[in-house]
Design a protein around this ligand. Structure first.
Ligand SMILES: [Zn+2]
Length: 205
């Protein structure tokens, strides 16, 4: 074990850094490192477990069959979400940019954006090639086609939230009236309210 990639700042994706020896290389997007610096979990002596190397748009580590490509496509879940591609395996890890088939968590305190989320997903779908298998942040292994579907879901869902806001609907009314589960079979509608609250706050700025 030589390398850890922190896909984003949240404790369930960074909290085990301290369990590994100091020789391990820890990588993250530059905004994620900046977010991690603010966490109590990385203050004082624990600062040694912060990412040692960061990148802005793309970084590759390893070579040949072991090459791993890290991409940043913009804000969504946070402002530092890394997409991890294993080209030889045709596998992609999405972190929490694609966590489950439902509205996402939008962490505005760490730069997340519901408004930008669909655009960021579009860039990822267009910018990542030759992947078959997708490992979402918090749900079972799936396919690249399912990531493409998630991009379409998020484009439709965020547009519906923006229309509800423009029509003057409250968060509760928007949550009660927006349901895309019949258009997107297998999707749930359990996490909408928190995400709508985040998008409304973002639209007010
Ligand atoms: Zn997360």
């Amino acid at each position: 074990m030589t390398t850890i990639i922190n896909t984003h700042t949240h404790g369930d994706h960074t909290g085990s850094n301290e369990g590994f020896p100091a020789t391990v290389d820890i990588l993250a997007h530059e905004n994620t490192k900046a977010n991690m610096v603010k966490m109590d979990a990385f203050k004082g002596d624990k600062a040694q477990f912060l990412p040692k190397r960061t990148y802005k748009d793309k970084m590759s580590v390893g070579s040949g069959k072991d090459r791993v490509d890290l991409y940043y496509f913009g804000a969504g879940h946070t402002n530092g979400d890394t997409w991890v591609v294993y080209p030889a395996l045709r596998v992609l890890q999405t972190g929490d940019m694609f966590a489950w088939r439902d509205a996402p968590t939008i962490d505005r305190n760490n730069g997340g954006s519901g408004v930008d989320y669909p655009k960021t997903l579009s860039k990822a779908v267009a910018g990542i090639n030759n992947v078959d298998v997708v490992i979402p942040g918090h749900s079972p292994v799936t396919t690249f086609k399912d990531l493409q579907e998630y991009q379409r879901f998020m484009a439709d869902w965020v547009a519906a939230v923006q229309s509800a806001a423009a029509a003057g609907k409250s968060v509760d009314d928007a949550a009660a009236s927006i349901d895309l589960t019949s258009k997107y079979p297998g999707y749930k509608n359990e996490r909408a309210k928190a995400a709508i609250t985040a998008i409304y706050a973002e639209l007010k700025k």
